[in-house]
Design a binder for this molecule. Sequence first.
Ligand code: HEM
Ligand SMILES: *[C@@H]1O[C@H](CO)[C@@H](O)[C@H](O)[C@H]1NC(C)=O
Ligand SMILES: *[C@@H]1O[C@H](CO)[C@@H](O)[C@H](O)[C@H]1NC(C)=O
Length: 318
Amino acid sequence: MASLSHFLIITVLFIVPFFSCCVNAQLSANFYARTCPTLPTMVRNAMRQAVSREGRMAASILRLFFHDCFVNGCDASILLDDTATFTGEKNAFPNRNSARGFEVIDTIKTRVEAACNATVSCADILALAARDGVVLLGGTSWTVALGRRDARTASQTDANNQLPSPFANLATLISNFAAKGLTATDMTVLSGGHTLGQSQCSSFKTRIYNETNIDPAFATTRKRTCPASGGDTNLAPFDITPNRFDNEYYKALVARRGLLHSDQELFNGGSQDALVTTYSNNVAAFTRDFAAAMVKMSAISPLTGTNGEIRKNCRLVN
Ligand code: HEM
Ligand SMILES: *[C@@H]1O[C@H](CO)[C@@H](O)[C@H](O)[C@H]1NC(C)=O
Ligand SMILES: *[C@@H]1O[C@H](CO)[C@@H](O)[C@H](O)[C@H]1NC(C)=O
């Protein structure tokens, strides 16, 4: 009797938790608490340095994470370099000459490997860095669940097909996000990432020259640095405060000053108008909901357990 109850206690205390940890393969905030306790501090310090050097870097890293998660999950696939025998996602249309911040991830990875080698995935580093960039520029923080592993593959085709286009209409944007398990509300909240950063002229040229649901004074201003012909890589901010995580993006949409066609689709007489108006009037509601939606986006199809690998160099499969 005593030995049976001992057996049961041992089973419940040790074996059950062991299996529930690995079979369910859940992400958890304390995944590296014992194996790399300084990880959060290393990422935060590196992001503070990078963002103080260039405020836009918070935006670029946030976008990298979005483009990672939307293509077969948050698995660092976007970080893999093309080689003679491998085609990754970096040269997919939405990323080529546009995705940036890879060197910052390299710097963080180098420091993390020095402190805790072969332990922390590039996918987790990117998830933490994206959060820290947002917080550094005034966003609300969220808890990053960890334990993602890194992909051994990437897909340029999937990146081309699954990342949303700046020329998309509302229905297409909603379905792009639905394909990732995200609602129309999530889509409108996450598009608020465009409170940070800049876009190249080629992505908004047609809008400022040929669309009618645009504030004429705004179109005139944008045309000064985005000519009808040429200047395709010239940059313009998404809102008037590209280095502050605030609700100016939504105020711009209400004023018909959305930069991309896809931005203005969120406030163009459709289903998202009311939410855009709410966020334009309530920055706290936006930053709170953005944090919650980032938690959802961060959980898209992670590799866990024994799937994937812990890359040594974020640019290369081991
Ligand atoms: C809703 C569909 C979306 C579309 C069509 C879209 C499209 C774009 C485009 C075309 C650019 C400019 C790229 C360039 O000119 O080089 C851009 C930049 C950016 N996007 Fe999005 N995006 C979307 C959603 C998101 C989401 C969900 C996030 C993050 C949560 C995000 C974060 C950013 C950031 C921060 C930038 C600025 C990057 C920088 O300055 O380096 N975007 N996006
Ligand atoms: C990690 O570092 C230790 C000590 O420098 C070294 O012996 C070990 O081979 C490294 N492990 C990997 C997987 O690189
Ligand atoms: C605007 O539309 C006209 C007529 O369709 C077209 O010729 C022109 O190339 C367009 N301009 C831009 C910048 O898209």
